[in-house]
Every structure is written in structure tokens, then in C-alpha cells.
Design a protein. Structure first.
Length: 423
């Protein structure tokens, strides 16, 4: 029987590195759908998810931004908030936020230690080939940390889908559907209607469901079939200045405001404006340098790339664009490139630490097929970014790094000896 890796250090007190070692070890077991393990895990932890209210956020794109924005609005109105996000960029601690901060390393380590102890108990009740997964352990740790911190409300991002996602163990009186696109069809179904049905399985009877603007008609039809109060959010938040860039973030904020209102009731416009002005979304059209203007965006599917392309047209103001791209092999790379390559003067094709990353040569060929004017290859992401910045500086241009959250993580990780998560 395969033995689960155990972290170093005292069993009574873990460090952040111990927690990270434990979680990365769980990647050996991959993803496993189903809620039975998660329910047993929470029972072993004392049902921490029952100690605070929740807003559950599902969708194809925009979930993390919307979660951050909902939490910010609720916090501005005096609630102590938790937020559960995925994936992270540099540290697992980014996935759990209390008020406006990532969970402190010691608190994160303790929450994961408790989840690991509970998981060991659960594993002993399971068949030999079944185990608590990384995402289940993380989700349980997040709920435990939020309960320990005494949050009033947790805003919870689903991982994949909804029906069998580990987060679907909470009874949220407000659920949010950002949008629905064709992604993860192997697990969620071949059509928008199938995928919407899987995501909307988190909505409890009698709850309020808030959906994003311009939702696909088939997804909206599925939403209307539910025993839930349906609220369709507007496409913009007029009169509000956002820290986050791009028209897609204005749509996300309009959705977040509608969700916060559904949860809390009437909102204070001044507090809403304050939340908008203060909410940062790392790795989502994030400007990390001014000379030359350099942006990071974790868009990893055609819908995300389309939203990014719209934002770029407004942001570039005629500057020539150099793209730095890395895409995983399970994504629709051709459709993704078709959205952004026409806006670029050139492409620098690169890779990332995930073994599923397409080779730079493959990306170069695909970019040329969709009309790229100039393509260069550089396998190392840091050297690729340096090359792109050098080329952009020569022509008063701008740089965009995109295509995979793993590429963004590689560039932001300062300790290159620490491995990143591959799930």
C-alpha cells in the first residue's frame, strides 16, 4: 500500500514548510471527485464550516476576482470576512484570507496540521486505493482557519465544477455564477448546458443565485430552472473607480456588488466605492512595471483571453505589444492565441515548471498559424521576460505575460528551490 508522505518537524507544531511538504505530497494521489471523503473530514474536524455564513462562487472565469471583491464589500460594511481562493501564485497561504490579509504562516501551518490529522483518521476508514486529496485537505484547513479566526462570513471559490467539488459541503444562502464556458469538458460535460448544470448544483433550494452579465443563454436557462431567487447582475458599476484594471473587472465588481447586496441587504455607496478602490487582484492584468509597461495575467482559456484582449485595446493606447506566452497542453491553445496574437507586434514563446506545458517550439508553430508577425522562443520564463522587456523598450512598447497561472507563478516565485503546486 502506498504510504502518504509525512512532513518533517514536530507533530505538535508545524511550520509553513511542513504544511507545504504535506500538501505537495498529496499531489501523488491527483484529483478525485466525490463528497464523502470531504464530509468525513469535516466531521473529524468538528464541522468548522457551520460556524460562519458563506457565499459560494462558481463559474469558468473571474471567480477569484469576484471572491476578493465580495469579501472587500462585506468587510467595508463591518463584517469579519474569510476568503478561499484557488490556485495560488507563490504560497499556499494565499488561498486563505482573513479580512484583507493572506493567512499568517503559523496559522496556516496549524490549520493544515489539524486537517492532516483528521485526514489520517478518514484514510483509515477508506479502501486502500482511496485517499483524502490535496484540495480536500486545503478546503478543510481553510474552513478550520476561518472558524478559528471568528469570521462572520466566508466567500468560497469552487475549485472545479460544483456538484462534486470539495467546496460543495456548505449551505450558502447566496451563490454566485460568474459565467460559463467550454472548459474541463472531460469532467463536466460537452456543452455549456451540461457545464452550467454541474456548476449550479451548489445552489441550495430557496437560496439566492446571482449571475453575471451576458451569461450564455443555455446557462441562464438552467439557472431559471432552479428553486432559487435569481438576480442578474448589471454589466458595469458606473460611478465607481476600481483599483483592478480592465472592463472585465468592472463586470466582476458589478457582480460582486449584487452578491454582497443579496447577502447583506442595502449597501452604503461610500463603503462600496472604498472597497472598489482598495481591492487588488494579483496576477490578473496586474501592472508590475512602468518602464516598459509590463503586465501579468493568468488567463488560461479562450474566454479569459477574450476578456483580456478587450482590456488591452483600452490600455495600450497604440503602444506595440510583446507577448510572453506559455500554455498547458490540455487547453485550447489555438483559440487562446487567436484572441491576443492579432494585437501583438511579436510573441516570445516560453515554458513553465508544470510538466503539462507546451514546448516553446509547439507554441511558436501555433502562433505562426494564427498570424503572428514575429515569434521568438526562449524556454526559461525569466529570460523570456527579460528579452520581451528589452525588445519593448526599444520601441516604447508594452509587455504582457499570459497563458498560464503557472507561468505567472514561476516569475513571481523568489525562492526557486521551493516547488510550485501542479494541481
Amino acid at each position: 500500500m502506498t504510504r502518504r508522505p509525512r512532513p518533517s518537524g514536530s507533530p505538535r507544531r508545524w511550520t509553513e514548510r511542513d504544511a507545504e511538504t504535506y500538501l505537495l505530497g498529496l499531489e501523488l494521489f491527483g484529483m478525485r471527485f466525490g463528497l464523502d471523503r470531504m464530509r468525513r473530514l469535516l466531521v473529524a474536524l468538528g464541522e468548522p464550516q457551520q460556524r460562519f455564513g458563506t457565499v459560494h462562487v462558481v463559474g469558468t472565469n473571474g471567480k477569484s476576482s469576484t471572491v476578493r471583491m465580495i469579501a472587500a464589500i462585506l468587510r467595508a460594511h463591518g463584517l469579519r470576512t474569510g476568503a478561499y481562493l484557488s490556485p495560488h501564485l507563490v504560497s499556499f497561504t494565499e488561498r486563505v484570507r482573513i479580512d484583507d490579509r493572506d493567512l499568517a504562516p503559523d496559522a496556516f501551518a496549524e490549520a493544515v496540521r489539524r486537517a492532516a490529522a483528521a485526514a489520517a483518521k478518514v484514510d483509515r476508514t477508506l479502501p486502500p486505493d482511496d485517499r483524502v486529496t490535496q484540495f480536500e485537505a486545503l478546503t478543510a484547513a481553510a474552513f478550520a482557519a476561518m472558524a478559528e479566526a471568528g469570521v462572520d462570513v466566508g466567500v468560497i471559490e469552487a475549485g472545479l465544477g460544483g456538484r462534486w467539488d470539495a467546496t460543495n459541503v456548505i449551505d450558502s444562502r447566496v451563490a454566485v455564477l460568474t459565467n460559463v464556458g467550454l472548459e474541463h469538458t472531460r469532467w463536466l460535460g460537452p456543452t455549456v448546458r451540461d457545464i452550467a448544470r454541474e456548476k449550479l448544483a451548489v445552489v441550495r433550494p430557496g437560496a439566492t443565485l446571482v449571475v453575471g452579465a451576458d451569461l450564455h443563454p443555455d446557462a441562464l436557462d438552467e439557472a431559471r430552472r432552479l428553486d432559487a431567487t435569481l438576480i442578474e447582475a448589471p454589466a458595469d458599476a458606473p460611478g465607481v473607480e476600481l483599483l483592478a484594471r480592465g472592463a472585465f473587472q468592472r463586470r466582476n465588481f458589478a457582480l460582486a456588488r449584487a452578491a454582497a447586496e443579496a447577502y447583506l441587504g442595502e449597501l452604503d455607496p461610500e463603503q462600496v466605492a472604498a472597497a472598489a478602490a482598495a481591492t487588488r487582484v494579483p496576477g490578473r492584468f496586474e501592472r508590475i512595471s512602468d518602464d516598459p509597461p509590463t503586465y501579468l495575467d493568468g488567463a488560461h482559456n479562450p474566454g479569459g483571453m477574450a476578456a483580456l484582449a478587450d482590456a488591452l485595446r483600452d490600455e495600450l493606447a497604440g503602444r506595440p505589444l510583446t507577448l510572453v506566452l506559455s500554455i498547458l497542453d490540455d487547453k485550447d491553445a489555438g483559440a487562446m492565441l487567436g484572441e491576443v496574437v492579432p494585437l501583438a507586434a511579436r510573441v516570445v514563446a516560453t515554458s513553465n515548471a508544470n510538466p503539462r506545458a507546451l514546448s516553446p517550439a509547439t507554441l511558436q508553430s501555433l502562433a505562426e498559424q494564427v498570424g503572428a508577425r514575429e515569434v521568438r522562443s526562449e524556454a526559461d520564463p525569466r529570460r523570456a521576460l527579460a528579452l520581451a522587456r528589452e525588445l519593448a523598450a526599444q520601441e516604447d512598447g508594452a509587455v504582457l505575460v499570459t497563458g498560464s497561472i503557472y507561468l505567472i507563478a514561476d516569475l513571481l516565485r523568489t525562492d526557486r528551490s521551493r516547488p510550485g503546486s501542479m494541481l
